[in-house]
Design a protein. Structure first.
Length: 242
């Protein structure tokens, strides 16, 4: 089942120019994914009945062209496949003329909200999404494991505050990308255009008042930010930008 929605690019979807940012793209994709789940009976407002919610494990985004403020875009999403505990969702973004602006893929697990444990995606849930198993936004690519650098060029420390926390009582998924940009060296942040390729993996949630460190390393052509607890023992996320 394909699910489509149109959106107008707003000022909040931009950063240093009038063009949509990576966070802007991912925010729209997050929104349409939520709408799709609501349509098939497993959305936010269904949680009191189902005791189930989806937890995001990773993003992969590729941008070909960036729409500007007030431009209309059309986003299509679909369940690509569901395998026992994991669900894969893909996205395409088009402009009004049908030109492909961006593609993305994502990986999710299903959580039982009563005990906060991972639960199997039962057949009746998978059937509700009607996966499009022959349609891949990234062809045959999967969300492969990201490499963790052995050393780092710089480290940024950060303490979470109330504004970082979402309705699930942890740091919102998109704010990890904000942290990654904040960890970039000033010369990279100021001179690089918006990166057209983004990878984010989520390993362990970050809760309010947590103290973390964002460790930056440039590996070949990629800018890598690893987010860990302040003591370094817990890996929270890895972000790649290029």
């Amino acid at each position: 089942m394909f699910f489509e929605q149109k959106y107008r690019i707003q000022v909040r979807d931009t950063r240093k120019s009038t063009k949509a940012t990576n966070k802007g793209f991912l925010g729209l994709m997050e929104d349409i994914a939520s709408l799709h789940s609501s349509k098939v009976g497993f959305g936010i407002y269904d949680i009191p009945k189902t005791n189930l919610t989806w937890l995001l494990l990773g993003w992969k985004l590729k941008v070909f062209s960036r729409p500007q403020i007030e431009d209309m875009v059309y986003i299509k999403t679909w369940s690509r496949k569901i395998e026992k505990y994991y669900a894969y969702r893909d996205f395409e973004v088009h402009d009004e003329k049908g030109n492909l602006l961006a593609v993305a893929t994502s990986k999710w697990i299903l959580i039982n909200t009563k005990d906060r444990k991972v639960t199997k995606v039962e057949d009746y849930i998978a059937e509700a999404y009607e996966s499009e198993t022959t349609c891949n936004a990234y062809k045959d690519e999967e969300l492969d494991k990201l490499k963790i650098p052995d050393d780092y060029d710089s480290v940024l420390e950060y303490k979470l505050s109330r504004r970082d926390i979402d309705l699930y009582n942890h740091m919102h998924n998109l704010y990890y990308l904000d942290l990654a940009y904040e960890a970039l060296p000033e010369e990279v942040y100021e001179t690089e255009n918006e990166f057209n390729n983004i990878r984010i993996t989520y390993k362990r949630e970050i809760k309010k008042d947590s103290e973390i460190k964002c460790m930056y390393k440039k590996l070949e052509n990629k800018h890598v930010v690893v987010i860990r607890s302040k003591d370094g023992k817990t890996l929270h996320s890895t972000v790649e930008m290029w």
